[in-house]
Design a protein around this ligand. Structure first.
Ligand code: NAG
Ligand code: NAG
Ligand code: NAG
Ligand code: NAG
Ligand code: NAG
Length: 220
C-alpha cells in the first residue's frame, strides 16, 4: 500500500493525575513560560507533592517545593477519560494539569474497544472537502479516485512519516484505524533487520517514542 485515505489514532489514559514532569532533581526547564506555570506543571503532578525540585535552565536554577496537596489552579481533566460525559466531540483537556489543549474525545469507545474516554491525537480524512495531508506526507491525486490521498512519491525509495503529539499525556493503550489504497505492486517487507530504523515495509507502520522508537502496528 502506498497511499492513505484516512487515519485516526486515540490514546487511553490509565490514571488521572500521575505523570512524570521533572521527576529528577536536575531536569532542564523546557518551557518558555513563567515560573508560576512551571511551578504548577511540576506541582500538579500527584507524585511530586511534598517533594522539592531544582530546575536548571538558561543559566538559572529554580528551587520548587511542592505543597502536600494539589495547588488550587491544577485542572483535574488530564485526558478525555476524566470528563463526565458520554457525548463524543471536542473538549478542552489539561494533559499537564495547567495547559489547555483542544481535542476530540471518543466518550463511548465506538472507535475503539467500547471503553469510555479515548483522547484523539491524530486524524486526517481525505474525503472531507477541506482536508489536507499532515506535514511530512505528500498529497496525491489519482484520476480514478474523486478525492486526494496522502503518501509518499511513487518513485522514492525511502519511507516518509508524520508525527502526532500526545501533548505529554500519560497513556497505556493506543487504538486507531488506517484506510489506504494499494498502487502499483505490493512488496510487503524488505531489508529484514533487527533494528527498527532499517526495516522496510511497503505499507503503513505506527510507532511511538524516539531513540529508539517502538513498534505498535504495521500493515504491509
Ligand atoms: C456527572 O454528570 C451527571 C449529570 O450531569 C451528574 O449528575 C453527576 O453528579 C456528575 N458527576 C460528577 C463526578 O461530576
Ligand atoms: C470521513 O469524512 C466523511 C465526510 O465528511 C465522513 O462521512 C466519514 O464518516 C469520515 N470518516 C471517519 C472514519 O470519520
Ligand atoms: C489535487 O486535487 C485537489 C482538489 O481535489 C487540488 O486542490 C490539489 O491542488 C491537487 N493536488 C495536486 C498535487 O495536483
Ligand atoms: C519522481 O517522479 C517525479 C514526478 O513523477 C519526478 O519529478 C522526479 O524527478 C522523480 N524522481 C526520481 C528520483 O526519479
Ligand atoms: C541502520 O541504519 C543506520 C542509519 O539509518 C546505519 O547507520 C546502520 O548502519 C544501519 N544498520 C544496518 C544493520 O544496516
Amino acid at each position: 500500500m502506498k497511499v492513505m485515505l484516512l487515519l485516526s489514532l486515540f490514546l487511553y489514559a490509565s490514571s488521572t493525575t500521575s505523570g512524570s514532569y521533572c521527576m529528577s532533581t536536575d531536569c532542564t526547564n523546557q518551557g518558555t513560560s513563567g515560573s508560576f506555570s512551571l511551578y504548577l506543571r511540576v506541582c500538579c503532578v500527584m507524585d511530586n507533592l511534598g517533594r522539592s525540585f531544582t530546575i536548571k535552565g538558561n543559566g538559572i536554577s529554580r528551587y520548587i517545593l511542592c505543597p502536600s496537596v494539589l495547588p488550587k489552579p491544577c485542572q483535574s481533566v488530564r485526558s478525555c477519560k476524566d470528563l463526565n460525559s458520554t457525548i463524543n466531540g471536542d473538549y478542552t483537556i489539561y494533559p499537564d494539569g495547567v495547559t489547555p489543549v483542544e481535542v476530540y474525545c471518543d466518550m463511548n469507545g465506538i472507535n475503539c474497544d467500547g471503553e469510555d474516554g479515548w483522547t484523539r491525537v491524530g486524524y486526517f480524512n481525505m474525503t472531507e472537502s477541506d482536508a489536507t495531508c499532515p506535514a511530512g506526507l505528500i498529497q496525491k491525486n489519482f484520476t480514478n479516485i474523486d478525492h486526494p490521498l496522502c503518501g509518499r512519491l511513487a518513485n522514492s525509495s525511502t519511507c516518509i512519516s508524520t508525527t502526532f503529539s500526545s501533548n505529554g499525556l500519560t497513556y497505556n493503550k493506543v487504538c486507531g484505524q488506517v484506510r489506504g489504497y494499494q498502487s502499483f505492486r505490493a512488496r510487503a517487507f524488505l531489508n529484514f533487520q533487527n533494528d527498527i530504523e532499517n526495516f522496510t515495509v511497503d505499507g503503513v507502520s505506527i510507532t511511538h517514542g524516539s531513540n529508539p522508537r517502538k513498534h505498535i502496528w504495521t500493515y504491509a
